[in-house]
Design a protein around this ligand. Structure first.
Ligand code: GLA
Ligand code: ZN
Length: 681
């Protein structure tokens, strides 16, 4: 498979939805209607089987695949492929009652009754056996059926289990990691509050009525839960890969979900997919929603540096936001084009048909309870189907190539969020990462969102906000990055602890980063939510006074040049922004979090310095963004207007573009309607 391809069995942009035909097996005519409507909506695939376990195995060891055979084969005869899910998103009631160990134990150490979904113990040998037995049957039956193009493993895999089996597995995991209790005690700093362990059996998971204050334990528990979930996933795919290694496997990841460290799944996932549920038209403006969604798209693409799947988004409303706002005219098209712009090769929905009962009956679907195709939602979905067909040949074999990256590291985030002080009111890791990211997004400059363990060498600009935890060879690679002639930007709360959250002693930021930034940090003053300071810049294009928030680091430049000073408080005049030449490159240090009024021109000057490509050559009006996908046949420019009013956009002088949706040739200036989008070649 080439890096652009989602699945070898269907080399096209995918358009589809979660489909649960098992809910209507008793109602004549629904399946036939579904097929008729799917064709009308321009679907080429559906995701089947996500929650079908009790229909596939109605009793322990009694299987029924007849209905699924009919669904998959009839869809295929009608040109619709199946993404087949393993049914472990939810398990049958009989299993819970027959094998109590499969139910998850919550943090209060009480075992759950049957309920909801996920809710399983991923360690349980019984649950693993039942999963293997099911998946082996699915694989033997469908892995070589040309209708099945992909495996969708479980659903939004997540959660932690605190049962005795998981606790025992945690202790084994720790033994493997540390070798001796002595090493574990040192790594977790257990002399504090008399916590030293003298027997592996004494180690309990972090629960609210137990040990909560040991940051090393908390981190390792999160790491263990990630590893245990990855291990479960690896067992899930084993029979599928044995039956046919060529069928790709994915799990649908979630927006800003960081309870698991998704990076650990990547060696075993063929394609990244995720579920996009921004709160369009809800309590934040759509520009903020668009920014967060763009950041998540780029995060997902960056995991494998290749096209990904938007596995779910709602055709109109969710039913779990505060208020279920219908997507305004244009919004579905715009959000679909946004996904494509950031490298998705699919637009898929939850869900095809609205269920009649239970808790998602008011979540919108392509086909609602009214059963009609003459609705705004249906027409919007069909329009997206047309758009995907029109764009297919030009964009399928393209992707986003970024020269800028932001480090968004999940273990680092866990540690920052667990830290007591300096700001228990919030360190805002997500928001701060997004505020740096925004400057590129608004300028039409592609940006990757990466883990700190990823290779940095292909980037010109690397931003590492609050790189609190230093992992492995990261400090060394950061130094090499800068000395090779590139630019690194970091901030307060950087280079303070190791991988078990033990503070470094001596000069900070640690492990040579003081040399890279040309300064040493003495202390940090945390501001209350209602307080701010200022970064005052005396000369140059950034000159002026810019508000700053959250933390004010007190730093002493050694070789760094002071670009901005604090404008207030008793440390007025101390450095607030510095720049250091290190080898052939430069490293900037924001001692405090600047307002966007500084971040935007700051990054614009770096974009210009490196001559980094802006999608439309110039800055864009507020509310509008643009991005580029490129491939062997050139560049495709996507323009998105997240304002609820029309806006005029200047195109680069002397260039003509083909509007791939209207077929027109455009140049000099175009007008985008409210929530409008264009795709230009
Ligand atoms: C998630 C799940 C779906 C559905 C949607 C509703 O993304 O994967 O099964 O519950 O949420 O928005
Ligand atoms: Zn368990």
């Amino acid at each position: 498979m080439s890096k652009f391809e989602i699945t070898p069995r269907l080399l096209k942009l995918l358009h589809g939805a979660d489909y649960n035909p098992e809910q209507w097996l008793k109602v004549p005519g629904v399946f036939e209607k579904d097929i008729e409507y799917m064709k009308k909506a321009g679907f080429n695939c559906v995701t089947v089987g996500v929650f079908s376990w009790s229909m596939l195995e109605p009793e322990d060891g009694v299987y029924n695949f007849d209905w699924l055979d009919k669904v998959i084969n009839t869809l295929y005869e009608n040109g619709i492929y199946t993404i087949l899910a393993t049914p472990t998103g939810a398990r049958p009631v009989w299993m819970t009652h027959k094998y109590p160990e499969v139910s998850r134990v919550e943090k209060n150490l009480v075992r759950n009754l049957h309920g909801g979904r996920h809710n399983h113990c991923y360690t349980s040998p019984v649950f693993r056996r039942k999963t293997r037995e099911m998946n082996t049957r699915l694989a033997n039956r469908y892995a070589n059926n040309p209708a099945v193009i992909m495996w969708h493993i479980s659903n939004e895999i997540s959660g932690q289990c605190f049962c005795p089996l998981c606790q025992a597995a945690f202790r084994e995991w720790l033994k493997k990691k540390y070798g001796s209790l002595e090493a574990l005690n040192d790594a977790w700093y257990t002399t504090f509050w008399s916590q030293r362990y003298t027997d592996w059996e004494q180690i309990e998971p972090p629960v609210d009525h137990g040990m909560t204050v040991d940051h090393g334990l908390n981190l390792d528990w999160n790491r263990f839960c990630t590893d245990q979930t990855v291990d479960f996933y690896k067992e899930e795919i084993k029979p599928l890969k044995e039956a046919n290694p060529g069928i790709p496997c994915t799990i649908n990841l979630m927006m800003f979900h960081t309870a698991l460290d998704y990076s650990k799944f990547m060696p075993y996932l063929d394609v990244v997919s995720w579920d996009a549920y921004p709160m369009w038209h809800n309590h934040t403006d759509d520009f903020g929603n668009a920014l967060a969604t763009a950041f998540n798209h780029d995060w997902m693409r960056s995991y494998k540096d290749k096209p990904f799947m938007m596995m779910e988004n709602t055709p109109s409303t969710t039913n779990w936001h505060g208020a279920s706002r219908l997507k305004a005219p244009g919004m579905l098209k715009l959000s679909s084009i946004q996904a494509l712009a950031h490298g998705s090769n699919t637009v898929q929905y939850f869900q095809w048909r609205q269920s009649n009962g239970s808790c998602e009956k008011f979540h919108s679907a392509v086909v609602s309870h009214r059963g009609k195709d003459d609705t705004m939602i249906f027409k919007n979905v069909a329009e997206v189907g047309d758009i995907l067909k029109k764009l297919n040949d030009d964009i399928y074999y393209t992707t986003v190539n970024a020269k800028v990256a932001i480090i968004y590291d999940i273990e680092n985030k866990w540690a920052i969020e667990d830290s007591k002080g300096p700001r228990n009111d919030g360190m805002y890791y997500n928001d701060i990462a997004m505020s740096h990211y925004r400057a590129f997004w608004e300028n039409g400059v592609s940006c990757d969102v990466i883990d700190s363990t990823k290779d940095f060498t292909k980037y010109d600009i690397l931003i590492a906000p609050m790189l609190y935890m230093l992992k492995g060879d990261v400090p060394k690679r950061l130094a090499e990055f800068v000395s090779s002639g590139k630019t690194l930007i970091s901030s307060y709360f950087t280079g303070l602890v190791n991988e078990t959250d033990l503070c470094y002693n001596g000069t900070l930021p640690a492990l040579g980063l003081d040399q890279v930034f040309g300064l040493w940090e003495e202390d940090m003053d945390a501001l209350c939510d209602h307080q701010s300071n200022e970064i005052v810049i005396k000369d140059g294009v950034l000159s002026g006074s810019h508000r700053s928030l959250y933390i004010c680091d007190l730093v002493h430049p050694t070789t760094a040049e002071v670009i901005g000073e604090y404008g207030k408080d008793w440390y007025k005049g101390w450095p607030a922004l510095t720049k250091n030449s290190f080898g052939k490159g430069e490293a900037y240090y924001f001692a405090t979090h600047p307002d966007y009024s500084l971040l935007k021109p700051f990054y614009e000057s770096l974009i210009d310095k490196y001559g980094i490509k802006r999608a439309l050559g110039a800055a864009l009006p507020f509310g509008v963004t643009a991005s580029i996908r490129e491939g062997e046949n050139g560049e495709i420019v996507f323009i998105e207007n997240f304002l609820h009013e029309s806006v005029k956009i200047s195109l680069p002088a002397g260039r003509e573009y083909k509007d791939l949706l209207s077929g027109e040739t455009v140049s000099s200036e175009i007008e985008l309607e409210a929530l409008g989008a264009r795709v230009l070649k």
